[in-house]
Design a protein around this ligand. Structure first.
Ligand code: BGC
Length: 416
């Protein structure tokens, strides 16, 4: 009897202690594909192990446009989540609204300034204070392939240039398979388009055109060639791509229905989640013409101002956990990206991740390191959305001429 009541008392104490510490974290994200869901589940596990309640707020839709819309309505109604997947210039816009929390206490205690590349840390700060936490570094200019398909079609190696790519794609087409797996959303079109601009024009041109939005670059011969190459690519996709999600395009490569896919390395998360082995079941390489460049895409969570002390504590724990070595390793192993935290041991990572990590460092020195425009890293959301629409209209409608598309691009870039 005594024993039981002692136990009960101990349990009550533990529960009491946990209850005092525990808070709820509501996390808005758009990681709903196989590989993405596995990755975010790791963060949930870590938070639950700390005694917090994870409230999942997943909004499906690759690239996060749907999530951004839902977030706006939640914030406008005065009921923001604790954390939301927001990145690039959008972090600054949200901070400018005065709705983001100041994370400096956690950042200082955890020494974030010394653990992050300066360029990344700067993007997480508003007026010198941390308002967001980075998760990873994704490389957008990756191309994925099925080695069996290449073999069947007689393609000896991963194409390095567009001439090589189109020669390989012709062979795959002849073998009766889809050369290029592509999905049907505007962000997927834009992802491929930015790869093409980078491959055709090089890093300096990419920067002038899609980062600085220089009208001269947007209306140049190099842009003309980029649009022509982009349209040529469409001829190698299948007619059923309309509306298709990106991960289903990845599945076409996985199943041997298609040869290639242009997609950021979250595609690797899909291959891995399906038990596929890099170098054996699938191949990775930089998109044609882009091996000396790197379009980066840093996922991050912006933290919103919260009222209750428990919720604030849970939010601070979430922020610290995201930057922790345990999370950085396990999340990125699943997600296909590389850790954003510096000096992490990459022993458990595969060759695609090692290539990404090496190229991230090398291109930072050469000027090849560029923010991805298609993934919210380079331009303000309004201009990005307008550019994305122009690119998609061109992709979907063969009647839109190249000069017309260039004109529209210039005015889309000026969208305020
Ligand atoms: C995000 C990735 C995500 C992908 C597809 C990208 O913009 O950065 O984390 O996996 O979209 O949803």
């Amino acid at each position: 009897m005594l024993k039981i009541s002692k136990l009960a008392m101990a349990a009550a104490l533990v529960l009491g202690a946990t209850a005092a510490l525990a808070g709820e974290v509501e996390v808005l994200h758009y990681w709903t594909s196989g590989g993405e869901a596995k990755s975010v589940a790791e963060l949930k596990k870590i938070m639950q192990a700390k005694g917090h309640v994870w409230k999942d707020f997943a909004v499906a839709g690759g690239g996060g446009d749907n999530a951004a819309t839902v977030l706006k309505s939640r914030v406008v109604s005065g009921n923001p989540p604790a954390a939301a997947q927001i990145k690039g210039p959008a972090i600054q816009e949200w901070a400018g609204e005065g709705v983001l929390a100041n994370l400096d206490a956690t950042a200082k205690a955890e020494k974030w300034d010394s653990l992050l590349p300066k360029m990344v840390a700067d993007g997480m700060k508003y007026k010198g204070s941390y308002v967001a936490v980075p998760v990873n570094v994704h490389r957008v200019n990756f191309m994925w392939a099925n080695p069996e398909v290449l073999k069947k079609a007689g393609v000896a190696a991963m194409p390095k240039t567009y001439d090589e790519f189109f020669a390989a794609a012709d062979k795959i087409k002849k073998a009766g398979l889809v050369a290029l797996a592509h999905g049907g959303q505007n962000w997927q079109d834009f992802t491929t388009f930015e790869d093409v601009v980078l491959g055709v024009g090089g890093a300096k041109f990419y920067n002038d055109a899609l980062v600085k939005l220089d009208p001269k670059a947007l209306n140049s011969d190099t842009m003309k060639k980029s649009f022509e190459t982009f349209r040529k690519l469409k001829g190698y996709t299948d007619a059923a791509s309309s509306g298709r999600d990106w991960n289903l395009a990845t599945a076409m490569v996985m199943k041997g229905e298609a040869g290639f896919q242009f997609m950021g390395d979250w595609a690797k998360g899909e291959f891995l989640a399906a038990g596929k082995v890099p170098g054996k079941d699938f191949l990775c390489a930089a998109a044609p013409g882009t091996s000396g460049a790197y379009t980066f895409n840093v996922d991050s969570f912006a933290m919103f101002k919260l009222k209750s002390a428990d919720a604030q504590k849970a939010q601070a724990d979430l922020s610290a956990a995201i930057m922790g070595t345990g999370f950085q390793e396990v999340f990125n192993l699943n997600k296909g990206s590389i850790p954003v935290r510096l000096n992490m041991d990459l022993a458990k990572f595969d060759d695609c991740a090692k290539l990404s990590s090496k190229d991230f460092v090398d291109t930072a020195k050469s000027g090849g390191l560029q923010p991805s425009a298609a993934h919210g890293m380079a331009v303000r959301p309004a201009a990005e959305g307008a550019i994305k629409d122009v690119v998609s209209q061109f992709w979907n409608d063969d009647k839109v001429s190249v000069p017309d598309a260039m004109k529209k691009l210039v005015s889309a870039a000026a969208t305020q």
